[in-house]
Design a protein. Sequence first.
Length: 329
Amino acid sequence: MTAVATVLVIRTQLWLTHYPQLGGHGLHIAHLLWGGMFMAIAIGHALIYANPGSKMPVAVIGGVGFGFFIDELGKFITENNDYFFTPAAALIYLVFVTIFLIIRAQARKQPLRPEERTANAYLAIAGAATNDLNERERYLALQLVRNNGDDPLTTHAAAILEEIKGRPTPPPNIFERFGTAVRKGFYRVVDKPAFPRAFVWLLLVIAVITVLANLELVFSFVTDRPGDEHPNFVNIASIVSSTLSAILIWIGAVEYARGNGEQACRRFELALLIAIFVTSTFGFIESQFGAVFGLGVNIALFAMTRLLARRLATRAAEAASAEPASPVS
């Protein structure tokens, strides 16, 4: 997140200040160098401080450094060091998407093995030695080694975690409070009786606008453009992917009208995932960082779709449990 925010801040700041250059007299101090400095600081911090509490500073400082670094990607894949290389924004977006998918794949791996659970418990104990372990973290570490076998290291870690006391759990920071407030706001909106129908209509309107925009683009290629200009691969791929998303939204709306809300949400999720991971990539090629707004809208719609799916599943389960049992003959 810090890397993404850094790229957006840098691009916005440069645009507002008309792309100034630090240096002069034949020198240009590229902000890639600042990225290297921040990443070096993060590596040094990770090597010097072994306590678990150093993870957050390392992540933030390293993320800022990576943002400074990746922002200048265009300079290093072009012969003329072109910072404004058109596909650079899409390539930067793909880098972040790849990192996200790798992290998700790692998070979804099989449960921790017993030795991994024990190792994590000892990391928590190391945090207690530097007063970086709070009560909530101590409790979670203790759950890792409870019923984790009779290995001497495991029983020893459990005994230590039972005896020590962590510092009081700190209150949520500003980012956690903001995230909680956003989630609660989403839940309040999703829980309104009129929301599901209104949300489906919103997605339908977006789908219709998308199809009309694609038709207008194709028509302009046929009639308004000179004969030597033709739609390129990016134009065609963007049209195809956005049209596919619109078709899936339409199918989902039909499913919802038939009373199958959970199946409809699965269609909506697939449509929005195509928009986020495919259409947005071509959007970054066509409109550079102007595609960030559309990406943000699609991510918000995807989050609301996931919440709606959970709510519908919960209501279906409650309705099923409330039904009286059939009499046994």
